[in-house]
Write a protein that binds this ligand. Structure first.
Ligand SMILES: *Cc1c(COP(=O)(O)O)cnc(C)c1O
Length: 393
């Protein structure tokens, strides 16, 4: 974690700050432990900041894309569509056309209907569509916090339906894609998931140029959580990938690469006592960091790791950390132990680099969006300024 105190005078709160060195360290750990035929893809939806995408361009082998907006943002950042894996349960005709016309490396078909639509559009365009079959595997791996497989879902072919594939002319099946779940901190469970995917690939039997094994690497967001042993998972992947030397194996990661590099800084506006509790009210909130607020699918409220940057030495106290929105949902932490904050103090929420800016309802209540800064080689750069609602007109 970076000590942002020496940069505070340069930052406007609320803001996100990203530490480039942390991203590089994670990339290096993965690259050092993966064989050549494993290609590391970055999932743009975790954080689509243009400056970050540009910085990542020479560091990753491709991108996981979920919409035409992300597609355009990635092209703007200088990526070639040949390195894209485009997946999503509700791709529009326009998105499929965009992917086919630009020679998108892999377009995931998520059902028989989806495959038929891709085939029809490719025929109409007279071009080849490079398709991966996204499969919802029958085996459920329990340790994923967020599951996309092993149950009825909108994602991917049910494994049982793979037998009935139609004859195709313009859609060329190049690969298999399984993204069964995410936010897994258990290396053994991730390993089991990988082994299941390679078993499935064998069962399919057809020659596969590409196997996209998803990712699901989790982040130790909450106090008391242990980090994932990513090296162990990479070693397990290495073992499997070595049995497929001619195949491009894709590992697609979002949060693992970027969440720990990003921190969310907000400033205390008011301290309010109410019926024995201390409410610390900040100038940010769930409209800017929905993940920390736990409104992105968390069932039991757990606190992110939060520091008082301005007064790290003050006496510890228990507080309710809330944002400035007019809803009780806007709660960043409950019963949080923190060095006693005072109005004006800057608080720092760790592990906020992914699904903070991109997943939050930024326009809710019309506050300016948070600024974003990158710390690289000791220099801090504003990489997206905060915008006010009127500027979106
Ligand atoms: C969102 C997504 C990812 C990235 O997930 P993380 O949890 O951020 O690692 C990877 N692949 C697909 C298909 C996705 O939809």
């Amino acid at each position: 974690m970076t000590d942002w105190r020496e940069y505070l005078h340069l930052l406007q709160t609320p803001c996100y700050v990203y530490a480039w060195a942390e991203i590089l360290a994670r990339l290096k750990l993965l690259k050092d432990n993966l064989p050549e035929n494993v290609h590391l893809y970055y999932a743009v939806k975790a954080n689509s900041n243009l400056h970050l995408l540009k910085a990542l361009k020479d560091k990753v082998d491709g991108l996981d894309i979920s919409s035409d907006g992300e597609f355009e943002q990635a092209v703007l950042a200088g990526y070639a569509p040949q390195t894209f894996s485009f997946a999503g349960p509700g791709k529009t005709d326009a998105e499929i056309e965009l992917a086919i016309n630009s020679g998108c490396g892999s377009l995931s078909a998520e059902s028989l209907d989806d495959l038929a639509r891709i085939e029809n559009i490719a025929q109409k365009l007279g071009k080849t569509a490079y398709v991966s079959l996204r499969v919802n595997p029958a085996d459920l791996v329990e340790k994923f916090a967020l599951k996309m497989g092993g149950k009825p879902t909108q994602f991917g072919f049910d494994e049982e339906d793979l037998a009935g594939l139609p004859k195709l002319k313009q859609a060329q099946i190049i690969g298999l894609h399984v993204y069964a779940g995410t936010q897994c901190l258990d290396a053994a469970a991730l390993t089991e998931n990988l082994q299941n995917i390679f078993k499935l690939a064998k069962k399919i039997g057809a020659p596969l140029r590409q196997i996209n094994v998803g990712g699901g690497f989790g982040v130790d967001y909450h106090i008391g959580q242990e980090p994932l042993d990513a090296v162990a998972v990479c070693q397990a992947l290495r073992k499997e990938a070595q049995k497929w030397p001619q195949t491009k194996i894709v590992l697609e990661l979002g949060r693992y690469l970027i969440a720990p590099a990003g921190e969310y800084l907000c400033r205390v506006i008011n301290i309010k006592k109410s019926r024995g509790k201390t409410f610390v009210i900040v100038d940010g909130g769930m409209h800017q960091n929905i993940s920390a607020a736990g409104n992105l699918g968390q069932i039991i409220k757990k606190n992110y790791k939060i520091r008082n940057l301005t007064n790290p030495e003050s006496e510890k106290c228990k507080v309710e950390l809330v944002g400035c929105l007019c809803t009780p949902l806007d709660t960043l932490a409950v019963n949080l132990e923190l060095p006693a904050p005072r109005p004006g103090d800057v608080l720092c929420v760790a592990n906020s680099g992914a699904y903070g800016y991109t997943a939050s309802p930024l326009l809710f209540l019309g506050h300016p969006t948070p600024s974003e800064y990158l710390l690289q080689d000791g220099k801090i750069t504003l990489i997206r300024r905060g915008r006010r609602l009127v500027e979106f007109n």
